[in-house]
Ligand binder design. Sequence first.
Ligand code: MSP
Length: 654
Amino acid sequence: MEHKTYYITTPIYYPSGNWHIGHCYTTVICDALARFHRMLGEEVFFLTGTDEHGQKIEKKAKERGITPMQFIDPLVSELKDVWRLLDISYDKFIRTTDEDHVKAVQEIYRRLYEKGEIYKAEYSGWYCTPCESFWTESQLKDGKCPDCGREVALEKEESYFFRLSKYAPRLLKLYEDAPEFLQPKSRVNEMVNNFLKAGLQDLCVSRTSVKWGVQLPFDKKHYSYVWVDALSNYITALGYAGADDSLYKKFWPADLHMVGKEIVRFHAIVWPAILMALGEPLPKQVYGHGWLLIGGDKLSKSKLDAVKAELTDPYALVKRYGADAVRYFLLREIPFGSDGTYTNESLLTRINSDLANDLGNLVSRTSAMIGQYFGGTMPARGREEGPDGELVAMAEGAFAKVRAAMDALDAPTALEAIFAVIARANKYIDETTPWLLAKDEGKRSRLGAVLYNLAESIRICTVLLKPFLTQAPVRILESFSCPADMGFEALGFGYFKGGEKVEKLPPVFPRIDVKKELAEVAALVAAERKANERPAPAKQQTPQKKAPIGIDEFDKVEIRVGEVIACEKVKKSEKLLHETVKIGEEVRSVVSGIAKFYTPEEMVGKKVLVVTNLKPAKLCGVLSEGMILCAEDEEGRLSLVSPERDMPSGGSVR
Ligand code: MSP
């Protein structure tokens, strides 16, 4: 058999925190495609990661008085948690701060510079000194810095430019000669009409004012422009311009860069031009998908506050409904290529109608009937009669439909084809009325044949569902005594021999009471909003003086040395860390508001001072049995207070 490879990428994500279900859209689609191609027997490389450089991050870290890495690390772990929860089967998670990537980007810049594709010139723009930012005339807000509203001055900065302008004709030709390069077709029109027709300008690809980036090897004052750094990840992840480029040789050019429509221009203009300049092959396809909308706008961090009535946090959603339900909604509900709307209600409706009613009922009814009428043993295949042929043909024909849809990257249509078989099987139960057949001993073999046909249809649909859902298929296959790794080789009708054990499954997707659930979610979201609305503590000028106390009063406070032995972020809170602290022989759970200043990894191993006789309290649902002492400066920045010399945990403080 021909050895086929499939290289698929998601964009690399800005570590912004506040992950929402819209962020999961690109990655879940890519995961379904990756799983589908693996099941076709192809060697798949599925890449995702984080885009960690640039001004925004430099600035945010500075505002918090921490290093960019201290700012980024916890957000990257959060993102990885989201992907773990959603069963995202990536083969590599690249971070643009990875040493290999940084070195390869430097090599890419060097090559472009040596080829004369990058040249030095002057960049002029409006400079905001406090923000260290250049702005173009049109970016200014009432002539002032759009970020901080302060005065700006016209300044010039020496920069390197990439000769993007000369690639306009080649890009136009590319879209014409290879229509599959940029899909859907509407994106080509956007690129041509909005950008290429007017001609391209050379692209400024270095900054001297933003130092959180890749330093240019031929001019150390300059740091890379974040998009060149970010786009390069698609090849540096494979070892391009590095010590071992065997993966690059194997997988490049990528089969698919899947991206949201707002970043198509970087992928369909800047990226191919860079590759052309490097003399490397172009990706086979860039697909610009639509957005998940909420209240008519793109679901985004800034919109979240306005639409708090909807639950959009992937942690909370997966916890409430399971990974399969969230994946299914994203893959099924949004017409591919166009925008789709997210509401809690539409998610719940999908879960109830498709997963609980159609799929869940079919599975539980069939397994229950095999249990009830055949003692949980699969009956033998019978002679075809009545509606059997139609069901068998539909089940056997589903793969071709799923394949055609997935070749067109159209997951909703693929799922529709599978659910059409599920609907047909449910109708088949009503037509064949197994409960009546069971009453007539003479119809026992017909009853067996009916249940056999249902079980086979379920098995085939379940195998076909494996790229889309990751948990229910395993449970269903196992309850029908099929191996969990059953693949597309087993799609022919007639796999069961008869005699296999069939277990009755509890509902795979319990039905949700939509009204009750929506009310609960609304209450949850309102409580969360209230918590976030609490005014930030006023800037402390000088610590407030407190009334004098006697030593006996101070003695009431018990402070002891503790060692942090484990630590994690409190989910749903930006501020709280949950530490496990060893205090002598005792181990306590402590919650403290220091997440903006310490990462969980940093906390582990630290000796801290803990107030140990405070009454226990629950913070965001997590038990806190003590308070870790911190010093605070006038900006509200916190620093842990630790014994100046190493002290054993449990030691008292007086
Ligand atoms: N860092 C850049 C990409 C660099 S690729 C070399 C970036 N990151 S992002 O975090 O802002 O977005 C990551 C992906 O999430 C993008 O594909 C974006 O379109 C997608 N989405 C973010 N919000 C979305 C919706 N509301 N709906 C659908 N996808 C959305 O862009």
